[in-house]
Design a protein around this ligand. Sequence first.
Ligand code: IFM
Length: 469
Amino acid sequence: MNSRLTDGAGLPFPEGFRWGTATSAYQVEGATGADGRGESIWDRFCRVPGAIENGDTGDVACESYGRAEEQVRLMARLGTNAHRFSLAWPRIVPTGAGRVEPRGIAHYDRFIDLLLEHGISPLVTLYHWDLPQPLQDRGGWRARETAEAFAAYAGICFEAFGDRVRDWVTVNEPWIVGLLGHQLGLHAPGEKSLAGSVQAMHHLLLGHGLAVGALRAGRGAGREAARAGIAYSLFPHAPADPGSSADAAAAHASDGYVNRWFLDPVHGRGYPDDMLRHWEEAAGKLDFIQADDLETIGAGSDFIGVNYYTRRIVSAHEERSPGDGAWPWKVEPPQPGVPCTDLGWEIVPEELTALLLRLHEDYPGVPLMITENGGIFDDGPGEDGAVHDERRTRFLHAHLAAVHRALEAGAPVEGYFHWSLIDNFEWAMGYRPRFGLVHLDRTTGRRTVKDSGHWYARAARSGVVPPMR
Ligand code: IFM
């Protein structure tokens, strides 16, 4: 990388950098009843009146299950050399444990082959929130049994696809699963229990550790290079008043809740003491943590998956908030003058540089991958049929420049996966938010590569982020 080149000439990225897009099964596949797929917690949750905006569901989504070939051609048009997607657990093991569905395996076999034929390397997520409903009926992630079933399912996937897939994300965003799925009830399975959410987050980490064990056990079987990591939803933190020690303490505590509670144990340091104290006080005894769980969880992670969207500015507060971990703090609204996406998330790319450098410092030697980054910009086709989404292009440019700065400062960033390839099902918000590089017209199914997609293609093809005018 020639660091003397300025943005005027474009920003060159290292040889072998992975230029990717990201999706997840339930958000894009549709075809929820096809080929023996079992029911997932999202199929069930979408049927709860009022749970999802507009009554939307993932039944059809982007029809990616039936249009896999077209989807891969789209990626090839974008010039990307990598793609992150998730396997739907209920397609592979329809009831969560036990019988394997060969048609599910065949579908992903073909999808992986298609990617490879187009020179696109797969980064495969095993769990992106679509838990088989029968496991939920037995306690879901609150139950230890689910972590064990997850490891067995992971082993099936390593066996089936490990000859072509090197890199695996075990679990996507364990904090969000705990917060939205189990504490606030806004995501499937719709539970509202602080104690339950702490238990679920522990079992997600345990599932990761057990899956890593299964992956490593298979290394002798021709999968020596296999790697696994978690994709964390990481939020840099700042105190609302930099001069206030109470705000600084609140920001540090919130960082423990959102970031350190996950990163520390996976990297062999155990759960952070401040957080253990907090959970015991706010959520009760943590007696579901068994003697060697932390050793299993701490078996490690071969890379850190960074899902980065925005930051959290926190101020100290007298009262405990009912949500957000029952902490005495307040998350501040967007700061005046800071640009935001259409959902009101602050756009702060410089925080991404700082986050990557912090991870490099705190967990030295571990490769980093931006497994998600993106924003909601509600642009659609104009009269000329094109989608002139200049704000997304600027967002991309700013965040890739932030990654470039981190690389120059020595952070081992291996790739960038834009969330998302295509406008898709955004969970409780249904199809309203648009995150894609490709616009989806849900009435006609028509796909239109947005201007941001064309811009990203220039970067991905050349390995140089073009300057912005
Ligand atoms: O769409 C989600 C994705 O499933 C997980 N990470 C955040 C994205 C945008 O909200």
